[in-house]
Design a protein around this ligand. Structure first.
Ligand SMILES: O=C(O)CNC(=O)[C@H](CS)NC(=O)CCC(=O)C(=O)O
Length: 281
């Protein structure tokens, strides 16, 4: 089946996983009432959807091995209950460093099993002109070391997280393995989002000739942090199929994944590219 429904849930996540998971369940219920289940459905959640805006160290308290813990068990149960693929944008998993967790994006299948996982590679150690001012993600997060392309039927999902979107070499590596949907679950700041969010995501869709599914956090969180919203679904021509605006909620689009091959056939960027890692003759 080349037709899929892609959806993104936009949240103002709190430090309380039970509350956040209940919001996700509410939106999944709304979707299930709106759509008949004739298409395979991928629903993506933002970065840090289950625990966000709390005290330093809170995420570390919720870290669990892959497939374990209340957050992942909650996601598996929701995927099963609603019969869909659920991309848990990021959640804390145990890393080799006991002081730091991995920011893992985990894809759950409709039977609740895990299809694939990815650990965020590029960490947001950045000064931003906002209330928070200085972000040091590497203090709490141990960076991942490998790329991850998830396969489910015709779907080939390139898994990335938030700040990764600024490093197009990662997406090019995923595209060379056949990616047709790029996921960028995010907690993009309000300031950097207003300046760069749409442009970066549309560029990644256009240059890799794939769909982009980018759920974002939105609003003001418990610690005063402000996120940008505007979760997006973009097609391989760079057209915005859906934009969630600023309120919490969800967006959906029905897509034909073979659209990627059509774009690639008419404009063969991958063959024309002379800069993979070094200049080709
Ligand atoms: O630290 C946490 O609690 C969860 N992680 C995040 O919110 C991450 C790192 S601070 N946010 C980003 O990567 C924003 C990137 C961004 O906004 C940009 O690239 O402009």
């Amino acid at each position: 089946m080349a037709n899929w429904r892609l959806s993104a849930i936009q949240l103002t996540s709190t430090p309380n996983p039970e509350y956040n998971l209940a919001q996700v369940a509410l939106y999944l219920q709304q979707m299930s009432e709106q759509f008949n289940q004739d298409l395979p459905h991928l629903v993506a959640l933002p970065e840090c959807f289950a625990v966000f805006g709390g005290a330093d160290g809170l995420q570390l308290q919720y870290q669990a091995a892959l497939g374990q813990g209340v957050i992942q068990q909650g996601c598996a149960a929701l995927a099963q209950q609603f019969g869909l693929y659920l991309l848990a944008g990021s959640l804390p998993t145990i890393s080799a460093d006991p002081q730091r967790f991995s920011a893992s994006s985990v894809l759950f299948a409709p039977d609740g099993s895990i299809v694939a996982d990815y650990q965020k590679m590029h960490l947001f150690d950045v000064a931003v002109h906002d209330r928070t001012g200085s972000y040091r993600e590497s203090a709490s997060t141990n960076p991942g070391q490998k790329i991850s392309l998830a396969t489910a039927g015709q779907l080939k999902l390139g898994m990335t997280i938030c700040y990764d979107v600024r490093f197009p070499g990662l997406m090019q590596a995923l595209a060379s393995q056949g990616m047709n949907v790029l996921s960028v679950p995010s907690a993009f700041t309000r300031v950097t989002g207003a300046a760069h969010w749409h442009i970066l995501l549309q560029a990644r869709a256009i240059e890799n000739q794939c769909f982009v599914l980018a759920p974002n956090q939105t609003g003001t969180h418990a610690n005063g942090r402000e996120t940008f919203g505007h979760s997006l679904i973009i097609d391989p021509w760079g057209r915005v199929l859906a934009d969630a605006g600023e309120q919490p909620g969800w967006i959906s689009a029905t897509v034909d994944l073979t659209e990627c091959q059509r774009q690639q056939a008419s404009m063969p960027l991958a063959q024309h590219n002379r800069f993979n890692s070094e200049l080709k003759p």
